[in-house]
Design a protein around this ligand. Structure first.
Ligand SMILES: NC(=O)c1ccc[n+]([C@@H]2O[C@H](COP(=O)([O-])OP(=O)(O)OC[C@H]3O[C@@H](n4cnc5c(N)ncnc54)[C@H](O)[C@@H]3O)[C@@H](O)[C@H]2O)c1
Length: 325
């Protein structure tokens, strides 16, 4: 298929490399910083035009798909503009950062002949797929997730949209811990209530959004999360799950263990980008493109990806109180 990529920053590498490996054709790159796009075109040996304005690119090139790799506040408009032109959109997480954008996107998706896919690539990791299958046989009782990372001033200064409510839409939750919260609600189901507290504890010199968050979710299956980017180091993301029949699982990026047994393990493969992004982009894209070709539904659509956004926006609204979602 003829694919265009908009936003040629850090994550675009995962998109461009995977598209090439999958044999899809990259027909255009777009970035307001044209030099970045030119550097990528050269680095990946691409032969395609470069645009500064994504609407001009969509109208002139008419790609089959557009990969949206821009800062958070631009996702909603870019998705809606692509879908309204019946161009399939594959958007980086988060789907959007404002409540009102969720309905706008879902309406555009419904009205379009094109598909929307959202990049929650960790759902394609071996360990997480193993757990999803295991829980069909061993019903989940409760779960806990932890993201304890270090993000310093250099990281936040690397792009001016980072660390600001207007453009990032939040901090550790909407950016780094979104994947883990998405997995928790994928395993445990969508909750009815939440109580959350978010704080800016240690990175106040660099950012205005939260660097630390804790939340409890109540529904059929209770779960909770602790997330921070204010730690002095980064640790492996971890999800713990207790099942109704007494299994006590620890889920790590490449391993699932009980207290005395390894249930799943895989050799970590080299990643094309930062190790924390994992290897899920390529299988997610493969699934998305084959869903289009086979005319079958793609699971990680707007509705599915809006769930974790609704939970995170609820966390920001909660202010320590228990609220209905
Ligand atoms: N799935 C993952 O694990 C993962 C990992 C990292 C980043 N991301 C997501 O990818 C997105 C981009 O993150 P990043 O780290 O690559 O950011 P980045 O700042 O490195 O790249 C963003 C690029 O978008 C360009 N841009 C800004 N406004 C534009 C516009 N109007 N039109 C065209 N280009 C524009 C910028 O010039 C920049 O090159 C974010 O949504 C982020 O959350 C996802």
């Amino acid at each position: 298929m003829r694919a265009a990529v908009v936003g040629i920053g850090v994550i675009s590498k995962s998109h461009i490399v995977a598209l090439r490996e999958l044999g899809e054709e990259i027909v255009a790159l777009c970035d307001t910083d044209v030099e970045k796009a030119e550097a990528a075109r050269e680095a990946y040996g691409l032969d395609c035009p470069i645009y500064r304005d994504y609407l001009t690119m969509l109208d002139e090139i008419k790609p089959d798909t557009v990969h949206i790799c821009t800062p958070h506040h631009l996702h909603a408009d870019m998705v809606v503009e692509a879908l309204s032109r019946n161009i399939h959109a594959l958007c980086e997480k988060p789907l959007c950062i404002r409540k009102e954008d969720i309905s706008r996107i879902l309406e555009a998706e419904k009205a379009s002949q094109a598909r929307l896919g959202v990049v929650h690539q960790n759902r394609y990791n071996g360990a997480n797929l193993f757990v999803k299958r295991l829980l069909a046989e061993h019903p989940i009782k409760c779960a806990h997730g932890e993201v304890v990372w270090r993000r310093d001033g250099e990281y936040y200064r690397s792009a001016d949209w980072r660390g600001r409510w207007e453009t990032e839409g939040g901090g550790v939750m909407i950016n780094q811990a979104l994947h883990t919260l998405d997995l928790l609600q994928w395993f445990a189901g969508f909750p009815d209530y939440l109580s959350a507290s978010v704080s800016l504890l240690r990175r106040g010199e660099d950012i205005e959004v939260e660097d630390t968050a804790v939340a409890f979710f109540e529904g059929n299956i209770p779960f909770d999360i602790f997330a921070t980017v204010a730690s002095d180091s980064s640790y492996s993301v971890c999800i713990r799950i207790n099942t109704e029949d007494g299994l006590r699982l620890t889920v790590l990026p490449h391993m699932v263990v009980t207290e005395n047994e390894v249930l799943f393990s895989e050799e970590p493969r080299p990643t094309v980008n930062k190790a924390s992004y994992g290897n899920g982009h390529r299988p997610l894209f493969e699934d998305f493109y084959s869903a289009i070709r086979d005319n079958r539904p793609f699971d990680l659509n707007g509705e599915e990806a809006s769930r974790v956004v609704r939970l995170i926006l609820g966390m920001y609204e909660s202010g320590g109180k228990r609220i209905e979602i």
